[in-house]
Ligand binder design. Sequence first.
Ligand SMILES: Nc1ncnc2c1ncn2[C@@H]1O[C@H](COP(=O)(O)OP(=O)(O)O)[C@@H](O)[C@H]1O
Ligand SMILES: [Mg+2]
Length: 324
Amino acid sequence: MPDALADVREWAGQPVTETPIKGGLSHRIARLDTADGQRWLLRVLDPRVSQAGLGIPIDQEIANTLRAARAGVGPRVLHRMPGALLLEYLDGATLDAHDVRTLPGPIAAACRRLHAGPRFVNDFSIFRKLDEFLALCHTHGLRVPDGYEDRLPAVARIERALAADPLPAVPCHNDLLPGNLIRCGTEIRIVDYQLSGNNDPAFELGDIAAEADYDPDLADRLTRAYFGEDDPRLTARVRLNLIMSNLTWSLWFAVHHGLLREQAAAADFDYDAEAADKFARAVRDLDDPGFGRLVDDVRGGRTPGSPDAPPPDGSPGHRTRPPM
Ligand SMILES: Nc1ncnc2c1ncn2[C@@H]1O[C@H](COP(=O)(O)OP(=O)(O)O)[C@@H](O)[C@H]1O
Ligand SMILES: [Mg+2]
């Protein structure tokens, strides 16, 4: 791999010191300080991550990072190198799950800004990602959480329900775990475009809710903050995507654990336990007596037998309304 730090030193024309940042699970991330007092963020992308299907191709990630910067949500891109980026250092506080539970409003605002920005260069579907991860697990004989495959009919049911009245795809981050959100004053900024792509905005919200373990009421508050209205079709849509986040990302950890063992050991993180934990949360929600209601609500109260019935209020549905 080319030496990104040497490249930055040459570009900057001055000495630069590197302080590694722990916290990310995938790449080499470091704070850089220059002799004349500037501070930057170096992101050296590990090609094994995208090769294993755990991230989008590196060139797509770089292109999307540039677009997220143009939207004013991602860090500014200061310098591009082969497989690495020099980024604006966001001088703020990286959120933890508790912070994310207390900030649904500012987080929804950051998502709206990202989603209103330039389209990303690739599309992203959480359902195709799940298929891809499962195929990888089968090909490589990786362990999936016990009972995982029994849940695939429910996944198909969720996909059909969401597809009955889809929202327009917008440029989504798709991996909004707390560590990818940085609070700078009153504003939330978003880093790490490893899984970005144009997608249903309800997945973005459901994913945030899943990663910070929102209860249903808080998930509904986030949904209202984002869409600016109280619509049971939208709250159901976000809650179903919350389940999809836990189901699919549990396999991300299973694949990471199985295919990137060496890197996983170095990260000092229990990938297997995280996979089991996410799957357990998904099972909790799938077995909840309210699950069937979510599937009905997302179709505007229509039962699966009458997919063409109009929404109860006679409106054309939320499909035609932009997400802002
Ligand atoms: N531009 C930035 N400015 C300040 N801190 C950052 C920036 N980008 C990342 N970080 C910090 O580094 C951590 C890991 O970075 P991230 O890009 O999420 O790496 P990974 O892809 O490995 O998850 C983040 O949780 C955040 O604390
Ligand atoms: Mg990250």
